[in-house]
Design a protein around this ligand. Sequence first.
Ligand SMILES: Cc1cc2nc3c(=O)[nH]c(=O)nc-3n(C[C@H](O)[C@H](O)[C@H](O)COP(=O)(O)OP(=O)(O)OC[C@H]3O[C@@H](n4cnc5c(N)ncnc54)[C@H](O)[C@@H]3O)c2cc1C
Length: 408
Amino acid sequence: MSGMLIVGAGLAGLTVAETLRAEGYAGPVTLLGDEPHAPYQRPPLSKGFLQGETAEAQLMMRTEEAMTKKNIELKVGAGVTAIDRAARQVTLADGSTLAYDGLALCTGARLRPLPLAGAELEGVCGLRSLDDSKAIKAALETAQNVVIIGGGFIGLEVAAVARRQGKRVTVLEAAERLMARVVPPHVSRFYLDLHTSQGVEVVLAAAVAELTGSDGRIAAVRTGDGREFPADLVLVGIGVIANAELAQAAGLDVAGAIVVDACSRTSDPAIVAAGDCTVRRMEDGSLRRLESVQNAMEQAKSAAVSLLGRERPFTATPWFWSDQYDVKLQMAGLTAGYDTVVTRGAAAVDATTQKFSWYYFKAGRLLAIDSLNQSPDHLTGRKLLDKGISPTPEQAADTGFDLASLLA
Ligand SMILES: Cc1cc2nc3c(=O)[nH]c(=O)nc-3n(C[C@H](O)[C@H](O)[C@H](O)COP(=O)(O)OP(=O)(O)OC[C@H]3O[C@@H](n4cnc5c(N)ncnc54)[C@H](O)[C@@H]3O)c2cc1C
């Protein structure tokens, strides 16, 4: 018996391995990761870890003993370079090969590079890995002027940390609004006001043209309109590219990312894929790509069950969170296509002490909820959405109405 091989020792890979065991699989389980670290959590890398509130040891998802106890063999520094589907084996960077009965691709994503002159200067960073976060943390000790290229979640979280450390922070966003790909306009406005109130300079519709340096170190970022922003640390946060090349070279169905179904199956019955390296084919044929902890975990659970020849589709409502300053945003459901939005709870004068939620509806049915420092709304909302139960917009807006009562 060759057993199950998992490529990528991140959240999705670890979850596939543990789910195989939880489902009673007794054969060999091998987790291959190309990083030098055992599986660790990425969300704190732009939040608590960067801020100095979370220690490196707390990022680690499992101890060595826990892995041994579950009889999961973890190989770090073990990059997979090719898959031979006919022979059911993979080749590692050192030239060795490993055979599999079932293969899970959990290769995640890598940073999208900034295609501009000066992007290679010292002091220009991206944030994906523990080592990236450590480098930024060290650079923040001496940096005074921090420029963030890209006003998405990660860029804005780093902006908040840097600002809290008293740095002069500028966010340059190419779009007309912040986080435009994932949140509606009023949420972008909320975050623009939040960052501005904290002293961050946010430049929208910014066309970054060039990064200039002296002695190989970053000195400034120039935009197309001739403005120059002094910088001793630049964070490039312009999104990621799915690590799908292995799958593509092996002839699997790839559309920017590895195409999977609701059960995380690829176009090869012996291969599943989960997490940031995937895009999901929905029932109507459309493709949905999510990059989140929940997506990685849920897809991984489905993937492990599929490897065992059974079906457990991922049906839960998507959710996500982001921490910036003292504001926790929790999102449940997807807002695309909403026609009505109502607010539940009062907006406070101080942006960092807000406590309310937006409820999104389409044709009278609840689609999604964005909560600000209002976890109970988020948790109830997730249950409502999972069960397909919808309050009316009037009930959602009325804080006197107990939304949880609809679940009874
Ligand atoms: C800074 C940061 C903050 C985030 N904050 C949040 C948040 O607040 N909320 C949220 O829901 N999500 C957040 N995310 C996203 C979340 O962390 C990811 O969606 C999740 O980590 C995806 O897990 P994964 O296992 O699919 O991929 P990854 O965590 O990327 O793991 C994939 C692993 O596979 C390895 N690998 C790739 N190719 C190979 C190969 N050929 N051979 C061997 N190994 C390989 C990679 O090096 C990597 O270690 C954040 C991400 C980052 C970077």
